[in-house]
Design a protein. Structure first.
Lengths: 480, 584
C-alpha cells in the first residue's frame, strides 16, 4: 500500500503551501488600499488612438543592484552624460553600450522623489510601481509595470509576463527585495533556478498537438475553476482577490494547453543548451563565482522565451539590493580578487563615501560597468536574432535600471535609466541615440511612456498615466 | 539520486552498497558506482526497485563505509552501528517524473529518504518586510508560476505512484460507486474536510468522463484536487455567529492545529475528532494539542521554526574566504544547521522545556566534524549526538556556530551584525535603517583588530546614536571568527568585553557588562524583553503574520512568565486561547 503514500505526497506539497490569513487581519490590509481590482476587459475594449505609433513587440526590464557611482558636484559623473542631445561623449560606465549607442535613449534628471528610511528597499518598491514618494503618506501601490502590462497587453500569450532572477533570492526572500508587484502591496519572487525556469517555460513544448488540446486537461481545469467559483460566493474582498489571481492563473494554463497565441517564429530555436554549463545544485547555484554564468543563462532563457512568443513582457532581476554577492570572485573581470581579505561585495563597494577615489570607488566603478556589460550582452542576443526583416532588438524595448542613484548617498534623483531597442518605431527617431533631458521629471512618466509604446490602451488613449506621480502622455516627444 | 561531496579529498571511487545489491563493495561485484563531477560524486540506481525500504551505505575507495550524509533517515544495523535508508515509494518512473517536474537530472541533493522531492521546483515564498517566517498569509497568492509548479508536481506524483493503491473498491464491478468512494476518501484528505455534494458530483464526473479508463480518471482527479484552492489554501474562515465573531468549524480547527504544530495535514485521529464533535471546547483542543506535541512531526516543525527565527537557513550556502573556506566544508555547515535544528526541539521536548535553557545550555549536538571544530573529543561520523562543551566559551544558541557564521562576513567577524542579531531576533527591538550618506569606511588597516576598526568606523557622535546599541554588544562575540571558531588572537590579544546595554528598551541607557557568552545568556534569560520576544516570535510563526501587541499576546507572555518560560505550555496556551478558534 506504500506505492503512493498519500500522506507523504500531500505533505510534500502542503509544506510549501499557502495559507489564508484570518479575517481580522484582512480588514487591516484592505484598509491599506488593497482593493483595486484591475479590469483588463474594460481596458481592452477601448481602442488606441489612431495616432498611436506602432506598438513595440516586447518589453524586457533588466535590473542590477546598489546604484551607480555619482561623485559629488563638480566632478564628472561615471554614468550620466554631461551633454544632452545626440552630440555627447559616452560616460565611463556606459562604454559597453557603444555598439548600441544609436539604439538607446539615455535619461538624465528622472527622479523617484525624496528618500525616507531605507532607500534601497524603498527604491525597489518604487522602481516599477511608479510610486513617487512614500513620505507624502502615499502607500506604495502595485501592480508594477510588468504585471500591469501582463494584464492589459499580455493576455494573448501563454505567459502574461515572465520574471527571472539570477541569485535574486539567495540573500533573502524579503518582499522588499523584489521589483515585481502582482498586486497592491506584495511583491512576487523571480524564478531563480534556471533549470526550474526552463522546465516551466519550455517543459511542455511550445507547439499545439496536432490532435488539439487534451480534453482531459480542459475538463480538469473546468473542475478547479468551479471550485473557485463556489468559493468566490462565500468569501470576503481580499480572499476574493486571492481567488481571482488563482483563476487568472488557471485561465493562462488553459491558454497554454490550447496553445493559444504561441508563435513559433523563425528565431524560436532550442534554448535547452542555456543551462548546459550549470549545475543544478542549490549550493552551486548560490556560489558567487557562478553568478556570471547564471545571469547569462537567465538572459538566454528570457531571449528564448521572447523569440518563441511565450510572452511580451519580461523582467530579469540580477541579485537583490544591498546584496552580499562577492563580486570580486567573478573570474576574468578587472575587479577579480582571489578569495580572501580582498573580498568585495556589491553593497560594500557602493558605500565608497564621497572621496571619489580609493579602492572602494575604483572597484565600484568597475562593478557597475560590468553590470552594463551584461545589459549589452542582452542587447546583443536580441540583435543576433532576425525578426521581420530586422532583428528582435529593433522591435523591442529594453529598460536598464537600479533601485537608487548614488550608491553612497542613496539618492533617488537622477536615476540611472537607459531605454534600448526602438520598439519597432514606437520610440521617436529624435530620441534614439540621445541623452534625453527635459528637466526634472518623475520616473513614472517614463513608465507611462513605455506603457504607451507597448500599446497599452489606458495610457495610450490619454485616459491616465501609469503610477501615482505620472503625467498623462508620459515624457514629451519620447514616443512617436 | 545519491550524492557525496568529497570536500577536497582525493578519492578514487565511491559506490553504493546495500540490501538491493547484496552489499557488494565494488562495481564489478554489483555495487552502484557514483561518478565525480565538480567535487561531488553522484549517481542513481541503475534500474527500478520494487517499493520498500533498503538499508545502504557508501563505500569509499573500496574499503571505507560511511553513512549517506545527505540522508537523515537511518536504521540500526543490528551491530551497534547504523545504515542509511532508501525508501522507494516510486520506482524508476519516479526519477523521470521528477525531471518532468522541473527538478532536472543533475545532482539536486534531494535524495533524502530516496523519495522524489516534489517541492524543489517551487518558487520561494516571499516574506514581507520584517517578517522572517516562510508562511505569511497576507503575502501568499497563487499565481501562474505557482499553479504551474504545483500542477507539475501533481503530475509527477501520479506518474510516479501506483494509483491502484488509492482505490480500495472494485472499479470493474461498479465504476460509478467506486469512483464516488474514491473521490470521497481522497477528497477528505486533499481538502481536509468532507466534500460537499456539488464537489462530490463534479469530481466523480471528472473521473468517469476521462478518456482512457478508470485509472486515468483517478489520476485526473488527483491532479485537479492538488491545484484546487481547497487544497492549496488553508481555510480558517469560520462560521458567522450572532455576536459578529466567526467560529472555526471542527475541520478547520483540525487543519489549523495540524499545520500549526506539524506543518502538515491532520492525521486520521484528528479527522475523527473533527467528525465526532471532539474539537469544540478548550479542553478538547488541549487534549489534541498534547497528543500532537508528542509526535515527532511537532519536533521537526520546531526545528524549522528555530532556523527561521535565528536566520540561519542559508548557512550551508554561505561563501567564506581563506583561511576559513577550507574548514567550512559542506559537511560542517550542514552539521551546524542540524545542530540548531535539533537543539531547540531537544530543549522543548526533552530538556527542561524552559526558554532559558535555549540560551544557557552548556551542551549541544555535534557530528564528528563539528565536535572537532568545538574541541570536543570522542565523536565520529556524520550523525549528531548530544555533547557537553569542554569549557565555558559557548552558551546555548549564542555560541552555536550556525548563528556565529551566519552573522559574519566571508573573511572576518562582524560585531555589528551580531549585535543586530541579538537586538532583532532575541529582543524584538527595531533599529532604524542605516542612514543615507554614511561616512566612508576607513581604509582597512591590516594591523588592527576588528574591534579597533569598528570602533574607529563608528567613532563620531552621529554614528554613535545607533552604534552604541550594536557595537558594545557585538564586541562580546569577538572570540569567534568568521565561521564561529574560537580564537584568542586578532592582530593581538582579543578584548571581548561587552555591554548588553538597553536590554529592555532602546534608549533607556541601562548597562549590563559581560565578559563571556554564558554571562550574556543569563542577562537575556533574566530580562523581561527576551522571553516576551520569544513568545512574539513563535506567535508570528504559528499565526502566519506579525501578531500586533494585543490582550491575547500579553496574556500569553504573562502565562509564559508564570510557568517559568515553559515553551510547550506556551504552545498549549497559544492554541487553546479563545482567539485560536474564534476570529473577529
Amino acid at each position: 500500500v506504500s506505492a503512493l503514500s498519500r500522506r507523504s505526497l500531500l505533505r510534500a506539497i502542503t509544506r510549501a503551501g499557502v495559507s489564508l490569513p484570518v479575517l481580522g487581519l484582512l480588514r487591516t490590509v484592505a484598509g491599506l488600499g488593497c482593493s483595486r481590482p484591475y479590469s483588463s476587459n474594460t481596458a481592452r475594449a477601448e481602442r488606441p488612438l489612431a495616432s498611436t505609433p506602432t506598438a513595440a513587440r516586447r518589453l524586457i526590464v533588466y535590473y542590477f543592484p546598489d546604484g551607480i557611482p555619482e561623485p559629488p558636484d563638480g566632478e564628472p559623473s561615471q554614468w550620466h552624460m554631461a551633454e544632452t542631445g545626440k552630440d555627447f561623449t559616452l560616460s565611463t560606465n556606459l562604454q559597453p553600450l557603444a555598439p548600441f549607442r544609436d539604439r538607446c535613449v539615455f535619461f538624465n534628471n528622472l527622479t523617484m522623489g525624496p528618500i525616507g528610511e531605507g532607500a534601497h528597499p524603498e527604491g525597489a518598491m518604487k522602481l516599477l510601481t511608479g510610486t513617487p514618494d512614500p513620505n507624502r503618506n502615499e502607500t506604495i501601490q502595485g501592480p508594477s509595470l510588468d504585471q500591469y502590462l501582463g494584464r492589459t497587453i499580455g493576455q494573448d500569450t501563454p505567459f502574461p509576463s515572465i520574471y527571472l532572477g539570477a541569485q535574486a533570492t539567495v540573500d533573502s526572500t524579503t518582499s522588499d527585495a523584489f521589483i515585481s508587484y502582482p498586486n497592491a502591496t506584495h511583491s512576487t519572487a523571480p524564478m531563480d533556478n534556471p533549470f526550474s525556469a526552463y522546465a516551466s517555460l519550455f517543459g511542455k513544448g511550445t507547439a499545439v498537438p496536432p490532435t488539439g488540446p487534451n480534453p482531459d486537461d480542459v475538463s480538469l481545469l473546468d473542475a478547479v475553476a468551479a471550485d473557485l467559483n463556489d468559493l468566490q460566493a462565500k468569501l470576503g474582498t481580499v480572499e476574493k482577490q486571492k481567488l481571482a489571481a488563482h483563476l487568472d492563473a488557471l485561465e493562462q494554463l488553459e491558454k497554454q494547453i490550447k496553445g493559444l497565441g504561441v508563435v513559433s517564429g523563425t528565431s524560436c530555436k532550442s534554448v535547452a543548451s542555456t543551462t548546459g554549463a550549470l549545475t543544478n545544485d542549490p549550493n552551486w547555484l548560490a556560489a558567487p563565482e557562478n553568478f556570471p554564468a547564471i545571469l547569462k543563462a537567465e538572459t538566454d532563457l528570457m531571449v528564448g522565451a521572447m523569440a518563441c512568443g511565450l510572452t511580451r513582457v519580461g523582467v530579469i532581476q540580477a541579485s537583490q539590493h544591498t546584496t552580499n554577492l562577492i563580486m570580486s570572485r567573478f573570474a576574468d573581470t578587472p575587479f577579480y580578487a582571489p578569495p580572501g581579505p580582498l573580498d568585495m561585495r556589491s553593497h560594500q563597494a557602493s558605500h565608497y563615501g564621497n572621496q571619489g577615489a580609493g579602492a572602494l570607488f575604483t572597484d565600484y566603478v568597475m562593478q557597475v560597468t560590468w553590470w552594463v556589460e551584461q545589459f549589452a550582452y542582452l542587447l546583443g542576443a536580441l540583435r543576433s536574432l532576425p525578426e521581420d526583416g530586422g532583428t528582435m532588438l529593433d522591435h523591442s524595448l529594453v529598460l536598464m535600471c537600479s533601485e537608487i542613484s548614488n550608491g553612497s548617498t542613496h539618492s533617488h534623483h537622477n536615476m540611472p535609466f537607459v531605454l534600448a531597442g526602438g520598439g519597432g518605431g514606437a520610440i521617436s527617431a529624435g530620441s534614439l541615440g540621445s541623452t534625453y533631458d527635459v528637466g526634472v521629471r518623475n520616473h513614472a512618466d517614463l513608465l507611462t511612456s513605455i506603457a504607451i509604446a507597448m500599446g497599452d490602451p489606458a495610457t495610450s488613449t490619454g485616459r491616465q498615466g501609469f503610477g501615482q506621480g505620472s503625467t498623462v502622455g508620459g515624457l514629451p516627444g519620447l514616443v512617436g | 539520486v545519491f550524492t557525496y561531496k568529497a570536500n577536497g579529498a582525493d578519492l578514487t571511487s565511491v559506490v553504493v552498497a546495500g540490501s538491493f545489491n547484496s552489499w557488494a563493495t565494488t562495481s564489478a561485484q554489483g555495487a552502484w558506482p557514483l561518478t565525480l563531477n565538480n567535487g561531488t560524486w553522484s549517481g542513481a540506481p541503475p534500474g527500478a526497485l520494487t517499493p520498500g525500504t533498503y538499508p545502504y551505505k557508501f563505500v569509499i575507495d573500496g574499503s571505507r563505509w560511511v553513512l549517506d550524509p545527505t540522508n537523515p533517515v537511518r536504521v540500526s544495523d543490528g551491530e551497534g552501528g547504523e545504515n542509511s535508508v532508501l525508501s522507494v515509494t516510486c520506482s524508476s518512473s519516479g526519477r523521470s517524473a521528477a525531471a518532468q517536474g522541473g527538478a532536472g537530472n543533475a545532482a539536486a541533493g534531494s535524495a533524502g529518504g530516496g523519495a522524489i522531492d516534489l517541492t524543489s521546483a517551487f518558487p520561494p515564498e516571499v516574506r514581507p518586510t520584517g517578517f522572517v517566517y516562510d508562511d505569511n498569509g497576507p503575502a501568499r497568492y497563487v499565481d501562474l508560476g505557482l499553479v504551474t509548479a504545483y500542477g507539475q508536481a501533481a503530475s509527477a506524483s501520479v506518474a510516479a505512484g501506483d494509483l491502484s493503491a488509492l482505490v480500495t473498491c472494485d472499479e470493474k464491478a461498479d465504476p460509478a460507486s467506486c469512483a464516488r468512494a474514491f473521490v470521497t476518501s481522497f477528497g477528505l484528505r486533499a481538502f481536509r474536510r468532507p466534500l460537499v455534494q456539488a464537489e462530490l458530483d463534479r469530481y466523480t464526473r471528472l473521473l468517469l468522463n476521462a478518456q482512457n479508463g478508470f485509472f486515468a480518471g483517478v489520476a485526473l482527479v488527483v491532479r485537479a484536487m492538488l491545484i484546487s484552492p481547497n487544497f492549496l489554501y488553508r481555510f480558517e474562515v469560520g462560521v458567522a455567529q450572532s455576536d459578529g465573531t466567526y467560529h472555526l468549524t471542527p475541520y478547520e480547527t483540525a487543519s489549523a492545529l495540524s499545520y500549526t504544530l506539524w506543518g502538515t495535514m491532520p492525521d486520521q485521529s484528528l479527522f475523527d475528532a473533527a467528525a465526532n464533535g471532539r474539537l469544540v471546547t478548550p479542553h478538547d483542543i488541549e487534549t489534541e494539542v498534547r497528543r500532537l506535541l508528542a509526535d515527532p512531526r511537532a519536533r521537526k516543525l520546531v526545528g524549522v521554526f528555530a532556523s527561521q527565527w535565528l536566520g540561519i537557513e542559508n548557512v550551508t550556502s554561505l561563501a567564506k574566504a581563506p583561511p576559513y573556506a577550507a574548514a567550512f566544508t559542506g559537511a560542517l555547515s550542514q552539521a551546524m544547521l542540524q545542530e540548531t535544528e535539533q537543539f531547540v526541539p531537544y530543549v522543548m521536548f526533552d530538556g527542561s522545556k524552559r526558554y532559558d535553557e535555549v540560551l544557557t545550555a552548556a551542551y549541544t549536538f555535534a557530528s564528528g566534524s563539528l565536535a572537532t571544530f568545538y574541541g570536543i573529543a570522542g565523536v565520529t561520523g556524520p550523525d549528531l549526538q548530544k555533547v557537553t562543551y569542554p569549557d565555558a566559551h559557548r552558551s546555548g544558541i549564542l555560541g552555536q556556530a550556525s548563528v556565529l557564521a551566519a552573522n559574519a562576513y566571508s573573511d572576518q567577524s562582524a560585531p555589528i551584525l551580531r549585535g543586530l542579531f541579538v537586538r532583532k531576533r532575541l529582543l524584538c527591538q527595531t533599529l532604524p535603517s542605516p542612514p543615507a550618506n554614511v561616512p566612508p569606511l576607513p581604509p582597512i588597516n591590516p594591523n588592527a583588530s576588528t574591534r579597533e576598526r569598528v570602533t574607529e568606523h563608528a567613532a563620531n557622535a552621529f554614528c554613535q546614536t545607533c552604534h552604541v546599541d550594536l557595537d558594545d554588544l557585538g564586541f562580546g562575540f569577538e572570540n569567534f571568527d568568521a565561521i564561529g571558531a574560537w580564537r584568542t588572537d586578532d592582530n593581538g590579544p582579543i578584548d571581548s568585553t561587552g555591554d548588553m546595554n538597553d536590554v529592555e528598551q532602546l534608549g533607556a541607557d541601562t548597562h549590563a557588562p559581560f565578559t563571556s557568552l554564558p554571562q550574556l545568556a543569563h542577562i537575556l534569560a533574566n530580562s523581561r524583553a527576551a522571553p516576551a520576544c520569544f513568545v512574539s516570535q513563535y506567535s508570528s510563526f504559528a499565526r502566519g503574520y506579525n501578531a500586533p501587541s494585543s490582550c491575547s499576546n500579553e496574556a500569553l507572555v504573562a502565562r509564559f512568565s508564570a510557568t517559568g518560560h515553559d515553551m510547550q505550555d506556551m504552545i498549549v496556551g497559544l492554541t487553546t486561547a479563545g482567539d485560536f478558534v474564534v476570529r473577529q
